[in-house]
Each structure stands twice: as structure tokens, then as C-alpha cells.
Design a protein around this ligand. Structure first.
Ligand SMILES: CC(C)(COP(=O)(O)OP(=O)(O)OC[C@H]1O[C@@H](n2cnc3c(N)ncnc32)[C@H](O)[C@@H]1OP(=O)(O)O)[C@@H](O)C(=O)NCCC(=O)NCCS
Length: 163
């Protein structure tokens, strides 16, 4: 019997070899299920997922290959620093310790591409900011006070993390 985590894999989405249209429906569903009218639009996601400078990681069911989560990173103007733009797991698959599978894959790929730092914002309300403080302790170079972010209607914390 496979344990829960063997049932899921993280994979880099490479627009040169895979098609956005194959994953579009799942990605847009996951984004809209969480953020509703504040979600990134399908057009925006299509542009970001197919931008070769970005790093996109998909969380998939090992058996069905269905996409059940994703995260993506973009280059920034700061030296060796990437910005994690979005991280979402489909609601039915949360609280199963799958975040680590997704983010470990992202962090390995960031390092392979020469990045030394990642930055991101994380929500306070769903404990993501708290989980980040705990998970990356010792590697957090900057952490802001929680700040109200109108586009998400909530408090977010900014982090700069050493990879
Ligand atoms: C944020 C989100 C992706 C987390 O997924 P999740 O299924 O709730 O989280 P998981 O159960 O897999 O992970 C939480 C655990 O993983 C640990 N963890 C492992 N790797 C981690 C990492 N890279 N970063 C943070 N926590 C990590 C945490 O410490 C926590 O451990 P604990 O439960 O033992 O305390 C999910 O809640 C979500 O999609 N939320 C809505 C969108 C959102 O807020 N996105 C973030 C941008 S603000």
C-alpha cells in the first residue's frame, strides 16, 4: 500500500515540451476555487506559465496525472533572487503535507538555475505565514510585519529566504 505522499509527484512544467492547453482547465479551476473574482485570469496564467524565464511546478496525482496544485516563480531585478508569485493546492487535497513536495521541487530547480534567494508573500489567515516562519527558520533574511493587501482582502507577510 502506497503511503499518502507516494501518491503525489511534483513536476516542472516546461512549455517547450508540454502544452498549456492540457493543464489549463485544472490550473484555472484551482486558482478560481481559492481566489474567486480576485484570481489571476486564465490569460494571465497562460502568459506566466508559458514564459520561459519563469519556473512552474505542478503537483500531480501519480496515478491519474491530474494536476492538483501548482506554484510558479519569476526572476526579479534583485541579484540571484526569484519571486514566488503563486502557490495553490486544490481544496480537497489540503492538509495532507503535500506542500513540501511542491516547494522542495521548486527550490531544487531555483538552485539549479543559479538562484540563491527567493522572496514571497504569504497569508496570515490560513497560517501559511506561520508555516513558512517555522519551516525556513534560520534561512529567513527578511520578514515584514503583516500588512493589509487589498487585492486579497487580508494580511500578508513578506519573506526573503536563503535557498
Ligand atoms: C498554502 C497552501 C498551498 C498550503 O497547503 P496545505 O495543504 O494547507 O499545507 P500542507 O498540509 O501540505 O503543509 C503544511 C505543513 O507543511 C510544512 N511545510 C513543508 N514544507 C513547507 C514549505 N516549503 N513552506 C511552508 N511549510 C512547509 C509546514 O510546516 C506544515 O507542517 P505541519 O502541518 O506539520 O505544521 C494551501 O493552504 C492553499 O492553497 N491555500 C490557498 C492559497 C494560498 O494562500 N496560497 C499562498 C499564497 S498567499
Amino acid at each position: 500500500m502506497k503511503n499518502q505522499q507516494d501518491k503525489f509527484i511534483a513536476e516542472i512544467f516546461d512549455p517547450a515540451v508540454s502544452s498549456w492547453t492540457d493543464i489549463e482547465k485544472s490550473v484555472v479551476f484551482i486558482e478560481h476555487e481559492e481566489f474567486g473574482e480576485k484570481a489571476f485570469s486564465g490569460e494571465n496564467l497562460a502568459k506566466d506559465f508559458q514564459n520561459k524565464q519563469n519556473i512552474v511546478v505542478l503537483l500531480k496525482s501519480s496515478d491519474t496525472k491530474a494536476v492538483i496544485g501548482f506554484t510558479y516563480a519569476e526572476p526579479t531585478s534583485k541579484k540571484e533572487t526569484a519571486y514566488i508569485r503563486d502557490t495553490v493546492i486544490q481544496k480537497d487535497f489540503r492538509h495532507k503535507h503535500l506542500l513540501g513536495i511542491l516547494m522542495n521541487c521548486m527550490e531544487e530547480e531555483l538552485k539549479k538555475r543559479g538562484y540563491k534567494y527567493m522572496e514571497r508573500k504569504a497569508a496570515v489567515a490560513n497560517d501559511y505565514a506561520k508555516n513558512i516562519s517555522k519551516h525556513y527558520q534560520g534561512r529567513i533574511l527578511e520578514q515584514s510585519e503583516p500588512r493589509y493587501t487589498p487585492y486579497l482582502d487580508g494580511q500578508q507577510v513578506f519573506f526573503r529566504i536563503k535557498l
